[in-house]
Design a protein around this ligand. Structure first.
Ligand code: ATP
Ligand code: MG
Length: 427
């Protein structure tokens, strides 16, 4: 094996470089601030869980299971674990494990972090990606649906992202089962016209055919019986819930469109399902998605408890912001770059840097002993606000030369005065 072998980050993963971090931090801060405003507490769960948790939560008809998107592995303890592909299952597991239900009827939880799915990679579709999301557990009323949607709309608005909210109702598992029988029969008769993916889904979850991005499925989808129409005849309660949600959204000024074809990739959704879509992303148009999951908590071993939540893909939010040419946030500017001449000054510089930083001044220096000219170039490359020059003269006089790189002026002064000046000159 060659000694000089180089490595790349695994396919579908990305390094986030320092110059990109400001944008990430900006999104994170807005999310945290809004969660505070709506009274959601942050929860941090492990990055891996027992595989069975995700299998159970997602359901055997889900994309995660059907198209084998999970990163599962056998650990030395011979148990199967999976890198979390989504946040809800872990949050519900933690909710049950910590008995959060005993603290009050409603738990409002938010999370932020990496998720892992083994899938084909393209722009906006990675194998390690990041989500921020939230869950409102314990309330079945449409007011809860309206709140999580209002928070989502506020979040996207604060990010300067224009996205259309699509909503639908999926009914209850019981009423949906009746519809699925009808749909299966309809699609079964047209099996040969469907894409391979949809043919595979036909038996497990024919609803997912509606979610297909394959053009071959469009004709069948157009003509197929509609869930909403079926529910209007067979599930009065879900339809009433949906009507109330729409009224609340109208009252809150949250714009939406009913999309009777909207379904979700996870099986646990009941009633409300929704997506915010952007026209800036091509095929991967969904930036934020979620729904109600009234059966999930029971499925994971808890008492019957309703819940609703959503997750947003951070990489997609970043892509939309970039495509919309929204002014990107920038990292804090370096205030002082210390330039030293000669060994004595170089050594004295160590303490000066410490004093600057003790005074909360962002400061740095050249560590490689280059010429003054090269150090000056470095100060400019780093776009420092000030260069501080320390040579024999300054050492003898107990001063430092403060060069204002914006104003192109310079003045020698004692270090204390320089510190005052720099603190005033910080931006
Ligand atoms: P899609 O239909 O795009 O596969 P999904 O239904 O699998 O999405 P969810 O599980 O609802 O997505 O996840 C919520 C959000 O997380 C998505 O709307 C998207 O913004 C983001 N997301 C999901 N999968 C990925 C991925 N592989 N890479 C980047 N972002 C993703
Ligand atoms: Mg998916």
């Amino acid at each position: 094996m060659s000694k000089n072998k180089t490595f790349q980050s695994p396919r579908g993963t990305h390094d986030i470089l320092p110059e990109e971090i400001a944008e990430w931090g900006f999104i994170e801060n807005i999310f945290r601030e809004l969660c505070g405003r709506y009274n959601y507490g942050e929860i941090r769960t492990p990055l891996f869980e027992a595989t069975e948790l995700f299998d159970r939560a997602a359901g055997e008809a889900s994309d995660l299971v059907v198209t084998k998107q999970m990163y599962s592995f056998i650990a030395p303890d011979e148990q199967s674990y999976t890198l979390r592909p989504e946040g809800t299952a872990s949050v519900v597991r933690a909710f049950l494990e910590a008995h959060l239900n005993e603290r009050g009827p409603v738990s409002k939880l938010a999370y932020y972090g990496p998720m892992f799915r083994y899938e084909g990679t393209q722009a906006g579709r990675q194998r390690q990606f990041h989500q921020c999301g939230l869950e409102l557990i314990g309330a079945s009323a449409p007011e809860a649906d309206a709140e999580v949607l209002a928070l989502a709309a506020d979040f996207l608005k604060a990010l300067g992202i224009e996205a259309k909210l699509l909503i639908n109702t999926l009914g209850t598992p019981e009423t949906r089962a009746g519809y699925l029988d009808e749909l299966r029969t309809f699609l079964g008769a047209r099996r040969d016209t469907l894409s391979e993916d949809s043919q595979r889904r036909l038996n497990v979850n024919p609803l997912r055919v509606f979610d297909s991005k394959d053009a071959r499925d469009h004709a069948a989808v157009e003509a197929a019986p509609r869930l909403l129409t079926y529910l209007e005849m067979h599930d009065e309660e879900s339809i009433a819930h949906f009507a109330q949600l729409k009224t609340h959204l109208d009252n809150l000024g949250v714009a939406y469109e009913v999309d009777p074809l909207l379904v979700r990739g996870l099986d646990y959704y009941t009633r409300t399902a929704f997506e915010f879509v952007s026209d800036k992303l091509g095929a991967q148009s969904t930036v934020l998605a979620g729904g109600r999951y009234d059966g999930l908590i029971e499925e994971l071993g808890g008492a019957p408890t309703p819940g609703i939540g959503w997750a947003a893909g951070i990489e997609r939010l970043l892509l939309v912001r970039a495509a919309s040419e929204i002014q990107t946030t920038t990292a804090p500017r370096l205030t002082a770059f210390l330039i030293t001449m000669g060994d004595v000054a170089r050594s004295a510089g160590v303490k000066i840097l410490r004093q600057l930083r003790d005074n909360h001044i962002n400061a740095d220096c050249d560590f490689v002993g280059r010429s003054v000219k090269a150090q000056m170039r470095e100060a400019n490359r780093q776009k420092a606000r000030f260069a501080l020059l320390l040579g024999e003269n300054e050492l003898n006089e107990g001063t430092i030369m403060v060069k204002d790189l914006d104003a192109s002026t310079q003045e020698a002064m004692p270090l204390e005065a320089a510190i005052e000046r720099l603190r005033g000159g910080e931006q």
